[in-house]
Design a protein around this ligand. Structure first.
Ligand code: XIL
Length: 363
């Protein structure tokens, strides 16, 4: 037997298996999941039907996130599609899923112009007093039913115009006046005094007028003793939304002393005008360079959140859908885009690793 050949091959086999095992543990480290690397909750919004029929998606959801928001099922048009009808079934299943997997359940949302069912609009048009009574009943019934199970609510979603500082003239506003916002918070608080109650809106990370107006409204609510406890930045941003502008907005917002939630994070390459089907396709293809740029942007967002928002105000970062396969952006704005951290095949993108790096890096 040629001993030197024998020892050489043993040596090579050992080195190769060492390398393989290092690589393996490295992979495991990466696959440990985002939530394992964060000291604040990491959440995702998702359509519960999509989640329930896809095991691979469930595995990714469970390993990466410890907070869950339903992307649609908890909105008013799904809860009470017809007068006198309340459908709680799907929400009960979300509650079960969150409990089983040790996840915080975030309630999105109580009052939003865009998910107000037609039957409510029609009745309100005839009788605005009725709308006031309905709002109280709806919030009280809903929040009481899930008391202790839903940790926090977006009580009012998008109460201001898309751009600028004006209040949105929704049916709620027209019928009940600006006070509908304060009342909604009051009713939610009475139903569950422990729940964290958010005002949630978009464009406030980049539109200074809109942010200032939001902060002014929050100050007024706080001065009146309205039980508001959090501000949600939806954070549907674009690659060209400047980081400095986002950072300044967060700096202003933390002064409210409220919990700050990045509540609907995604980052698009293309453009839209904030309206349904209002997308403008600028990029046809996602190149490697674009993927790397997006990774940097995701990393910057986490780093800003960690450095600007004090520990005790960090309610967490929530993605709005977490795969490019399921993202709401494509259908809603009618464009092709790649806004999330997993690709169409549910594989982690550079964006995922950028976000992860941001979580891991010391400030
Ligand atoms: C979106 C859902 O993801 C879509 O499935 C639905 O068609 C429209 O609403 N801001 C919000 C969310 O507050 O409720 C929206 O969710 C996305 C924008």
């Amino acid at each position: 037997m040629n001993y030197s050949k024998y020892f050489n091959s043993i040596f090579i086999i050992t080195i190769v298996s060492l390398l393989l095992s290092c690589n393996g543990s490295d992979k495991k480290e990466k696959l440990k999941g985002l939530k394992e690397h964060a000291d604040f909750p990491i959440g995702t919004a998702i359509k519960i039907k999509t989640l329930s029929k896809d095991e691979k998606l469930q595995k990714l959801q469970i390993s990466n996130f410890n907070s869950i928001t339903s992307a649609s099922d908890m909105k008013m048009n799904n809860i009470t599609p017809k007068e006198g009808v309340y459908s709680w079934g799907i929400i009960d299943s979300i509650v079960g899923y969150a409990h089983k997997n040790n996840q915080r359940l975030f309630g999105h949302n109580l009052i939003w112009h865009s998910s107000t069912p037609n039957w409510v609009k029609e009745k309100a048009a005839k009788d605005s007093l009725w709308l006031g009574t309905f709002m109280k009943e709806y919030i009280t019934k809903y929040v009481t039913r899930y008391k202790g199970k839903v940790a926090a609510w977006d009580v009012v979603n998008e109460g201001l115009e898309s751009h600028g500082g004006n209040v949105r003239k929704t049916m709620w506003y027209n019928a009940l006046g600006k006070d509908y916002i304060a009342k909604a918070f009051q009713y939610a608080h009475e139903a569950d005094p422990e729940a964290i109650l958010f005002y949630n809106d978009f464009n406030i990370e980049r539109d200074t007028l809109k942010l200032n107006s939001t902060l002014k409204m929050i100050k007024e609510l706080q001065a009146k003793g309205v039980p508001i406890s959090g501000l949600g930045f939806q954070m549907h941003i674009r690659m060209d939304t400047p980081n400095e502008v986002i950072a300044n907005s967060l700096k202003k917002a933390v002064k409210t002393g409220l919990q700050i939630h990045i509540s609907e994070l995604d980052i698009i390459f293309n453009k839209h005008d904030d309206t349904r089907r209002g997308g403008i396709q600028v990029y046809e293809k996602l190149t490697d360079e674009m993927k790397q740029e997006q990774a940097k942007k995701y990393k910057s967002i986490v780093k800003m959140y960690k450095t600007i928002v004090p520990k005790e105000q960090q309610y967490g970062i929530t993605f709005w859908d977490f795969t490019d396969r399921d993202t709401w952006i494509k259908g809603f704005f009618n464009i092709n885009d790649w806004p999330t951290i997993f690709d169409e095949q549910l594989e982690p993108k550079p964006a995922y690793f950028g976000f992860l790096e941001g979580l891991k890096e010391k400030n």
